[in-house]
Design a protein around this ligand. Structure first.
Ligand SMILES: Cc1ncc(COP(=O)(O)O)c(CN[C@@H]2CONC2=O)c1O
Length: 503
């Protein structure tokens, strides 16, 4: 440590001798500094540095750490955990990226007919190149595909001109929050626990986060009384609630809403003049379809009809989740409902500043909403891959939930949907006190210890928000079926040691 101190002192001296920097940690926008995104925060940074140590360990043939690899359970990134992409998707994309292949005399021997036809159709709609900017709202062929997907899903009309293609759902969410937040007097109601894209973006835009607690004892249910409490508290503090965010199925909590609850939410939004932001990126990740099939908020407002049909609402979807899992392609869309044309023009302007969503991402949206149909040459394989991924996710969700609920002091609501488990861990008082003595949130300390003892990287509940005095962590159930039992065993062994150490 003395040599480090000496080095640091020299660095400080050296830096002090340098010309004054125009950009310093103290004079950059402090909203950036305050924003937190735990999904890729402290734990992942630590995991990546351990991963370098493991590589060194492997090269030197030494065995310092008690594990050989990091298992990244911090992020819903299926293909990082070896989930295979859908064949049809990759075949079409490969041809759109390399159109000259279509002129190859052997093409019909390599690609199915529907792949060739789809690639030709897409290329025909983008001037035969994926390399040009598209319209800022998105490729019209894809906008039409999304509209017809929504119509088929909901049984109500959808207008392509009310749809914007986006680089993942993230950019759509951020664009709408940018529109809604001018300063701290503008509040956005978000679930607690929530996905930190929301809390981080509200902070980035200098808005006010208005948390409403999901009820863990009732399966993370959303209660209108709590919405009222959150709304009234905000108004009492002089904050103007602008929008209500619903994540359904929930992240990190995995709950699915039923229609009656959704109707209550719609009524609440209309009564309070709130824009409803319906984050539905996990709509294909529902494992309780029998009693809670996915229903979109678009369907709910149109089924309710009357004054509700035109509720100001934006719904978000993505190619990153479901059984598609093409996170890296950055594809997604948002559908507007009840938004005036002059506000829509401002949304278009925001889109135009970034020129356009990436074209490959848009094409993958087209494939997601318009997959092979019965009779198409790729249909059988598509269904086999789709159902294989879905069934495996459901199986792993249940397996992980069972394993977590068997741990001392741990309870975990079932993952009805999405890709995560969010167990509550009742930590021994000594562990809480020790964590606090070193300036760590107790659940962050637990997660750091878990990582350093097992190589399993999860995210502390403090990164998503949680009821005061409770501690959680979020893990995905994405490790393969071959790997996940080992992951559960390693978590169980660690947990036992940790609880005994701090009894
Ligand atoms: C609820 C929710 N909304 C939006 C997004 C943004 O997705 P895309 O921008 O990729 O469309 C995510 C991503 N899920 C993050 C990323 O992986 N784990 C998570 O919690 C999400 O969980």
């Amino acid at each position: 440590t003395s040599s480090t101190t000496v080095i640091n002192k020299n660095i400080n001296t050296f830096e002090n001798m340098q010309p004054k920097k125009s950009m310093t940690i103290d004079n950059i926008c402090q909203n950036v500094r305050n924003a937190q995104y735990a999904v890729r925060g402290e734990l992942v940074i630590r995991a990546e540095s351990i991963s370098h140590q493991l590589e060194k360990q492997k090269k030197e043939g030494s065995k310092v750490l008690p594990f050989d690899e990091i298992v990244y359970c911090n992020i819903g990134n299926p293909q990082q955990l070896k989930q295979k992409p859908l064949t049809f998707f990759r075949q079409v994309v490969s041809l759109t990226e390399c159109p000259e292949l279509l002129d190859n005399p052997y093409i019909e021997k390599i690609y199915p007919a529907d792949v060739i036809a789809r690639a030709r159709e897409i290329l025909g709609s983008i001037n035969n190149t994926t390399g040009a900017y598209s319209s800022s709202q998105g490729i019209s062929l894809v906008l039409k595909s999304v509209a017809s997907f929504i119509e088929k899903r909901d049984g109500h009309p959808a207008d392509p001109s009310e749809i914007f293609l986006t680089d993942g759902a993230s950019t759509g969410v951020q664009r709408i929050l940018k529109l809604l937040i001018k300063d701290r007097s503008d509040g956005i109601m978000i679930p607690i626990p929530q996905y930190p894209l929301y809390s981080a973006t509200i902070e980035l835009y200098n808005g006010s986060q208005l948390g409403y607690l999901l009820n863990e004892e009732k399966g993370w249910s959303l209660e209108v009384s709590e919405l009222e409490r959150s709304y009234n508290d905000a108004v009492a503090k002089g904050v103007n609630p602008r929008a209500l965010v619903i994540i359904n199925p929930g992240n990190p909590t995995g709950q699915c809403l039923d229609k009656a609850n959704m109707e209550e939410v719609v009524k609440f939004c209309l009564n309070k003049g709130l824009v409803l932001l319906a984050d539905e990126v996990y709509q294909e990740n529902v494992y309780v379809k029998e009693d809670k099939p996915f229903i979109s908020f678009k369907k709910v407002v149109k089924d309710m009809g009357g004054e509700y049909a035109d509720l100001e609402m934006v719904s978000f979807h993505s190619v990153s989740k479901g059984f598609v899992g093409e996170c890296g392609k950055r594809g997604g869309y948002m559908e507007l409902n009840g938004i005036t044309s002059d506000v829509k023009a401002e949304i278009y302007k925001l889109a135009s500043i970034g020129l356009c969503p990436n074209v490959i991402g848009q094409l993958v949206v087209d494939l997601m909403v318009r997959p092979p149909t019965p009779g198409d040459s790729s249909y059988e394989l598509y269904i086999k891959e789709r159902d294989g991924i879905y069934d495996s996710l459901k199986k792993r969700a249940n397996l992980l939930n069972k394993a977590l609920n068997s741990l001392e002091g741990v309870t975990c609501n079932p993952s009805e949907g999405a890709m995560y488990a969010f167990p509550q861990i009742r930590l021994p008082k000594k562990a809480v006190e020790y964590a606090q003595s070193i300036g760590k949130a107790p659940d962050a300390y637990y997660c750091i210890q878990l990582l350093e003892h097992t190589g399993i990287c999860v995210v502390p509940g403090s990164g998503f928000g949680q009821k005061d005095g409770t501690y959680h962590f979020r893990t995905t159930f994405l490790p393969s079926e071959e790997a996940i039992e080992g992951v559960c065993e390693r978590i169980a062994d660690f947990h036992k040691q940790f609880m005994n150490k701090y009894k």
